[in-house]
Design a protein around this ligand. Structure first.
Ligand SMILES: *Cc1c(COP(=O)(O)O)cnc(C)c1O
Length: 375
């Protein structure tokens, strides 16, 4: 089949599996023979590797990126009445974790170029109830961390980096997850390092916090059946850790391929004369972007999305509705129109297919379809 006649997925996990199938099967087989499914040796080994990868002392495997955020907030004692500053333009879990603990998310609008929280607007949102800030490194590019860390330090706030989409990214050469009080990763299958189910990780250089998170992920019991805290079951499966150990070895290579595809998209968009009509994702100064998503902005987005779908090109909208006016957060009292940049991004953004195995021929099909859609 020619490339043009075949649908182009947003993310092709099957293509990736074909390149590592043998190694993954060997790793899974080993776990099956050992039958050590809960916090087996592969979990500790992965924690060690992710800590090294992130240039940080400790890593704590957990059940998902969402639970990693919850665990981090629990370890930092976030509770009813507290406020946590974050972005309204992110996956639900970022604000959901805050709400789960009875705390309130105080939203701050994004800066339109990088889609991340606007550091210049954070200080005005700090109140005596503020406990911390959760910047999200959206689409694989880190937020402007220096001013965020400076404000946090001046007001005695924690910083949790939601690095679910940004493992391998960097800010001034410092790895994502290593700059804040705690960093969190997700291993959801479509993330740059994805497992074959759910998984996540917290990283920190604070030994006390690391210990608290280890206890909290096992129902608050450092010694089995002796509970010092009310925690939860937030453990990472041994099977997922074994799979991730295989995949971690390829992460840098895969991230480099994503960055190359981003450069190719930019060139093809430019060559096709679409440069005027489409806003490309910006690569901001001092950052290494790992392109979990390649998100363009266009004014007539919904029509373009439908046309691409008809042409067999899968796209996605991250995210169609900002979190500040989601029904479940009504009690926080935000309304439509309050965060115009976030709402504009929700109207204009469109994620094009990007994954390490994407071919230039496939990218050309995407750009040609985009040109037709925009004509
Ligand atoms: C994926 C994601 C999460 C949640 O991770 P899960 O592993 O799916 O629970 C949290 N925050 C952001 C920004 C994400 O993209």
């Amino acid at each position: 089949m020619s490339v043009a006649s075949r649908a182009i997925p947003l993310c092709d996990l099957d293509a990736q599996f074909q390149t590592i199938e043998q190694e993954v099967r060997v790793a899974i087989d080993k776990v099956l023979r050992e039958q050590n499914f809960i916090l087996g040796p592969q979990v500790a080994e992965l924690e060690q590797r992710i800590a090294e990868y992130s240039g940080i002392a400790s890593a704590i495997g957990c059940s998902s990126g969402s639970d990693a955020l919850l665990l981090a907030l629990m370890a930092l004692d976030v509770a009813t009445g507290d406020e946590v500053i974050t972005t309204p333009y992110t996956f639900f879990a970022t604000a959901g974790a805050i709400a789960r603990l009875g705390a309130r998310a105080v939203f701050v609008d994004i800066e339109p170029q990088g889609f991340n929280i606007d550091a210049d607007k954070i200080e005005a949102a700090v109140t005596p109830r503020t406990k911390g800030i959760i910047p999200v490194h959206l689409f694989g590019q880190m937020a402007e961390m220096d001013p965020i860390l400076e404000i946090a330090s001046r007001h005695g706030l924690f910083v949790i980096e939601d690095a679910a989409q940004a493992i391998g990214a960097a800010y001034r050469q410092r790895p994502a997850g290593s700059l804040g009080t705690i960093g969190t990763f997700s291993f959801f299958p479509s993330k740059n390092l994805g497992c074959m189910g759910d998984g996540g990780m917290c990283v920190t250089s604070d030994d006390e916090l690391a210990e608290r998170m280890r206890i909290l992920r096992q129902h608050g019991a450092a010694r089995k059946y002796f509970h010092t805290h009310v925690g939860g079951n937030f453990r990472l499966d041994t099977l997922q850790a074994a799979i991730l150990l295989v995949k971690l070895r390829f992460l840098d290579q895969w991230n480099a391929a994503r960055a190359e595809h981003a450069a190719t998209y930019r060139r093809l968009l430019q060559d096709s004369g679409l440069g005027e009509r489409v806003v490309f994702p910006a690569e901001l100064p001092n950052r290494k972007h790992v392109y979990n998503q390649f998100v363009i902005r266009i004014s007539n987005r919904d029509r373009v999305e439908a046309a691409l779908r008809d042409a067999g090109v899968s796209t996605a909208i991250y995210y169609p509705k900002s979190l500040h006016y989601q029904k479940c957060f009504d009690e926080w009292g935000y309304g439509e129109g309050e965060f115009p940049e976030s709402e504009r991004a929700a109207r204009e953004s469109l994620a094009l297919p990007i994954f390490p195995e994407l071919s230039t021929a496939q990218q050309q099909v995407v750009i040609d379809a985009l040109a037709v859609a925009l004509s």
